[in-house]
Ligand binder design. Structure first.
Ligand code: UDP
Length: 240
């Protein structure tokens, strides 16, 4: 566990919706909050980025005719809604939390200031980084990569609905090959659906290790941090 003092966990918005078609499922968010709380009790400093796909995605709205930048603003605000829900779920467990937004809405949550975020983490508070990067045309995967690098996380974990990185979508193609370890260049060259290219390049250039794993396996994040080889590991240099 000692190797992971500070992590950045990226949850997609869809991770919060449970069996529902969208929105936030109370049981699902409580379960996830419980897992995050367990990590804090184990002495790990946790930064969180939560997507907004369970509520709104700018690109999808643009395809329906909405102005793209407006759609992205709506998407970023959706991530704030999810962050506030997670803050509440964690506080119910007695865990201290601060939501920090890349967009200024400081009657709702704090503005993102890197030094303050690091201080919160040092004090054992969970920091939920909301509103993505604060800019349209980016994703919350890019926000997660950016914040992980900024706060000096030991590991970026992308928790998804599949077990890790595959040669193709394992849901549509059951013969897809699973990659336990790969480099960012391999992921980029083969256009593997890990994260968007902006996020991958950022991690690659700043030597930020990424673990892609299934968020629907209870306790998996803790077992990973205890040393179990779970999901796929993506690194900058050569794969050992
Ligand atoms: N978004 C944005 N800039 C950012 C991060 C997010 O404009 O830096 C918007 C974008 O419209 C995106 C939406 O917020 O579609 C929700 O984020 P994302 O799609 O990454 O959520 P996820 O798929 O992880 O649930």
């Amino acid at each position: 566990m000692a190797q992971y003092k500070r992590i950045l966990l990226k949850l997609s918005g869809e991770a919060l919706m449970g069996e529902q078609g969208g929105g936030i499922d109370p049981h699902t968010i409580q379960r996830l909050a419980g897992e995050i709380n367990d990590l804090c009790h184990a002495g790990i400093q946790v930064g969180l980025v939560i997507g907004g796909g369970n509520i709104i995605r700018g690109a999808e709205k643009a395809s329906e005719g909405l102005d793209r930048v407006t759609g992205d603003h709506m998407g970023m605000l959706a991530t704030v809604i999810n962050a506030l829900a997670m803050q509440d779920a964690l506080e119910h467990l007695g865990q201290q939390v601060r939501v920090m937004s890349a967009l200024k809405i400081n009657q709702v949550c704090e503005d993102y200031i890197r030094r303050r975020a690091v201080r919160h983490l040092e004090k054992g508070r969970v920091v939920v980084f909301a509103a993505g990067t604060g800019n349209p045309f980016f994703t919350t995967d890019s926000a997660a990569s950016l914040r992980a690098i900024e706060i000096g996380a030991d590991l970026l974990i992308k928790a998804t609905k599949v077990d890790g990185v595959y040669s193709a979508d394992p849901v549509k193609n059951p013969s897809a090959q699973f990659y336990p370890k790969l480099t960012y260049d391999e992921a980029l060259d083969q256009r593997l659906s890990v994260m968007d290219a902006t996020a991958l390049v950022l991690c690659r250039d700043h030597n930020m290790a990424l673990r892609v794993m299934n968020v629907f396996q209870p306790g998996a994040i803790m077992r990973l941090l205890q040393g179990e080889d779970i999901g796929s590991l993506i690194v900058t240099g050569k794969v050992a």
